[in-house]
Design a protein around this ligand. Structure first.
Ligand SMILES: [Zn+2]
Length: 87
């Protein structure tokens, strides 16, 4: 898997003073992940983590794995290209 299709980016926790943002990203197969960004002034991906309540987008397991860490660059690009980040 080398392409994700981001269908939704939901802001879940934000500290605008420090420029830290947390989003819930949904892919078109209904899997999700949590992404942490900073904005200063450009968006910069800090990390991507699994939501343990839904299967992993890559290995489809529903327990802990590190798959997403290998795809942080791709996910970062997909999220930015989705145009769903706030202004
Ligand atoms: Zn996995």
């Amino acid at each position: 898997m080398n392409k994700f299709y981001v269908t939704n980016v939901q802001q879940s926790d934000t500290n605008e003073k420090t420029g830290h943002y947390q989003f819930l990203v949904t892919f078109d197969d209904k899997t999700k992940c949590r992404v942490f960004y900073t904005k200063n002034p450009d968006w910069k991906l800090e990390s991507v983590t699994r939501l343990l309540t839904v299967p992993c987008p890559i290995c489809r397991r529903d327990y802990f794995c590190n798959c997403l860490e290998r795809f942080t660059d791709v996910i970062d690009q997909e999220v930015k290209e989705s145009g769903l980040l706030p202004e």
